[in-house]
Design a protein around this ligand. Structure first.
Ligand code: NAD
Ligand code: UGA
Length: 319
């Protein structure tokens, strides 16, 4: 089976590519536009080292996409390329919309022309906004960021392409994914960087905000299992949460980091961005029913694994 992964020089895309290439014929593509320059460079080195098939492509440019993909016939596309990040979408709204909507449409049009029937694409917990109800059946998502809106729009577009063109798809609503080679613009990574540079860690608002922090391996396993289930299906249109069922506070995250690092650090409180939701909590009922699996790696274990990687590949100064 031939799979195309977009955004494969990104955090989730790289790990997925590295895992799936042991089972399928996988091609990755990316335009290398991530704001996380440091980790994108490390991932590119890993792509080369692991001899993963990689093509540099900007999905915002629809011209000759088939040619760029060497006219290869893909059975599945896993579309992860995007400008991720809630807070940056408020600073770079146009880049967010271009990379999350224009690219999305270009890719679906490419799929129609090239008879690719199956697309899994990254949605986000950000579609929920400030709520206590994290069920996919919620009829009206209520995003509070440009990023969240871009992901809701992706879900509507996927539904429309399914209706008009019979493209099967699953929108994967990931929840705050972290781990080795993760993005240096996210909380857990920024905190270690600040501690390394003897700076105070910045807490947005207070430490009561909660996230379903989800370790990368749980995401990769879930997607692999979904491929195995859906490759046998002729027609489908789904939205699925994939996140750790345990929602943990920033206070927990900071305590875990305190237990891991060997140096003292201080905190600085800065104003919370209104686009940041107070809480996410993944409801995995649907996912578990389909693949008999749900993300389960604890924040303690995941941060231990992340910090080991950080110690080896970034700096051992604080351990
Ligand atoms: P990432 O930034 O590390 O990866 C995205 C990749 O897409 C980057 O390498 C970037 O260079 C590439 N890209 C952007 N625009 C492109 C374009 N026009 N053409 C080709 N490539 C392009 O982000 P990630 O954390 O790996 O996230 C992957 C997907 O999952 C994104 O769609 C993101 O919105 C979504 N998501 C991530 C999280 C998370 O916590 N990491 C949570 C929810 C949803
Ligand atoms: C993450 C990803 O960055 C998004 O790409 C993704 O779409 C989103 O998850 C999702 O689940 O949909 P976020 O939850 O904001 O977004 O992830 P972090 O940057 O790790 O932030 C977690 C919490 O820490 C938030 O409450 C944030 O306000 C806080 N934070 C972040 C700080 O207090 N200080 C910081 O320096 C950074």
């Amino acid at each position: 089976m031939r799979i195309l992964i977009t955004g494969s020089a990104g955090f989730i895309g790289f790990h997925l590519h590295k895992h799936l290439h042991n089972y399928f014929d996988v091609t990755g593509c990316d335009n290398l536009s991530s704001v996380c320059k440091f980790t994108q460079k490390l991932r590119l080195q890993e792509i080369k080292k692991n001899k993963l098939k990689f093509i540099r492509v900007d999905l915002n440019n629809a011209k000759n996409l088939s040619k760029k993909f060497n006219n290869k016939k893909f059975d599945f596309i896993i579309h992860l390329a995007a400008q991720p990040g809630v807070r940056i979408s408020q600073i770079q709204p146009v880049k967010t919309i271009n990379n999350n909507l224009v690219s999305f449409i270009n890719l679906f049009e490419y799929a129609i022309k090239n008879k690719v029937r199956n697309i899994f694409y990254a949605s986000s917990s950000s579609v929920y906004g400030n709520t206590e109800n994290f069920s996919e059946n919620l009829s009206h998502p209520n995003p509070v960021s440009v990023y969240g809106v871009s992901k809701v729009a992706n879900e509507y577009l996927a539904k429309t392409y399914n209706f008009l063109n019979k493209i099967n798809s699953i929108g994967l609503r990931f929840f705050t994914v972290y781990g080795p080679l993760g993005r240096e613009d996210m909380s857990y990574y920024k905190f270690l960087n600040s501690i390394k540079n003897s700076k105070k860690i910045e807490i947005y608002g207070d430490k009561t905000s909660k996230r379903s922090f989800t370790y990368i391996d749980d995401i990769v396993i879930s997607i692999h299992k979904l491929i195995n289930v859906y490759k046998k299906k002729k027609s489908y249109l789904e939205i699925l949460n994939i996140g750790n069922s345990e929602s943990r506070s920033l206070e927990d995250l900071v305590k875990i980091i305190k237990n891991i690092v060997g140096v003292k650090f201080r905190e600085k409180y800065v104003e919370r961005n209104k686009a940041d939701v107070y809480k996410t909590s993944s409801n995995n009922f649907k996912l578990n029913k389909i693949i008999k699996f749900k993300p389960k790696i604890s924040l303690e274990k995941g941060m231990y694994l992340f910090s080991n990687w950080y110690k080896n590949k970034v700096s051992d100064k604080i351990f």
